[in-house]
Design a protein around this ligand. Sequence first.
Ligand SMILES: N[C@@H](CCC(=O)N[C@@H](CS)C(=O)NCC(=O)O)C(=O)O
Length: 245
Amino acid sequence: MTKLILHGHKLSPCVRSVLIVAEAIGLTDDQLKFNLINLFNSEHLTKEFLSMNPVHSVPVLECDEGYIIDSHAITTYLVTKYAKNDKLYPKDPFKRALVDQRLHFDSGILYIRLRNVSMGIYHDKSTEIPKERIDTVYEGFEFMEKFLENDLYLAGNSLTLADLQCVCTVTSCFGFAPISEERFPKLFNWLKRMYELPYYERGNGIENLAYVNFLKDTLRKKKEAQMKGSGFNIFHFNDHSELNS
Ligand SMILES: N[C@@H](CCC(=O)N[C@@H](CS)C(=O)NCC(=O)O)C(=O)O
């Protein structure tokens, strides 16, 4: 096995998507080493990190050939190189295109809408999440409900990378955009299938809960700070020590 180091923070939905894919293809912690980048101490803005990733985002995968940035590029690389078969990322051109479309949906639509909400929680003066931002997330869920209209999974009737990537984004929204069975029956049942994966908790569930609580907690602390008339800065306000293990 060659060098594989994942640089990131496990609260990050994008980092978790790499971790759940690594679980799915059976990469062990020894094979894929984890290096914590503490975003709350701006470790993603250091000269050393920027030389790996000028876009200063996590995750970054360091491998023998160099650095790969963006979770979607990392997961497709890992599956192509290390999975025992092509089930998660089919070689058939049409099936692959379908998976790729869902990955681009995650990257360009769903995740960006989550990010607009989370960035607002961290940096906006307002202590309320604007309803329009939450509505854009729900619109993303409506698109997924359509993807699932005739299929059990996002790109057909078997599990692919599309599901593993999107589940990390969808569940990250649960603190402000929960999903009900009445409104999103297909998505609700898809989630149940995802929760049943033997590696779900380890790959996403545990750290996702920490992330959902972190967003809620941040909003609460921001409200308290505003009531006291004191300043709020995400990088100095919270004690993030428990999040950095
Ligand atoms: N499309 C990228 C998005 C990565 C991203 O935005 N990561 C966030 C954490 S979830 C980050 O590193 N934010 C810090 C920054 O962008 O400066 C991916 O899938 O890896």
